[in-house]
Design a protein around this ligand. Structure first.
Ligand SMILES: [Zn+2]
Length: 105
């Protein structure tokens, strides 16, 4: 038995949630340029582009916050935060747990 802060049954669920949050974050970042092209093709006005940016920025803040607050199931620290720096890497910044891990190691 390890000193994991959560029970083994919830381990895979926490990692799945962390992966889903990362996917939401990367999708939000990548969708901006195509959304600009589409919006420019439909309504090439400053207000339309400003509205798109405002909506995208809200999604960016939400997705970044969710990624930043993801906890590592093994060490209990923030998975992507070390101090005030946010690094969306594939390993926990504290215990090096890989993002694809589904069992307690
Ligand atoms: Zn960790």
């Amino acid at each position: 038995m390890t000193d994991s802060p959560i029970d083994p049954a919830a381990y895979a669920s926490v990692m799945k949630t962390t992966r889903r949050r990362r996917m939401f974050f990367f999708s939000t970042v990548l969708v901006y340029i195509p959304a600009l092209w589409i919006t420019h093709a439909i309504a090439p006005t400053n207000s339309a582009m400003g509205t798109l940016f405002a909506v995208w920025f809200v999604f960016l803040v939400i997705s970044t916050t969710l990624v930043a607050l993801s906890r590592c199931p093994r060490c209990g620290n923030y998975f992507h935060m070390h101090g005030i720096s946010l690094l969306v890497l594939r390993k926990c910044l504290h215990c090096q747990l890989h993002i694809s891990t589904n069992t307690i190691t």
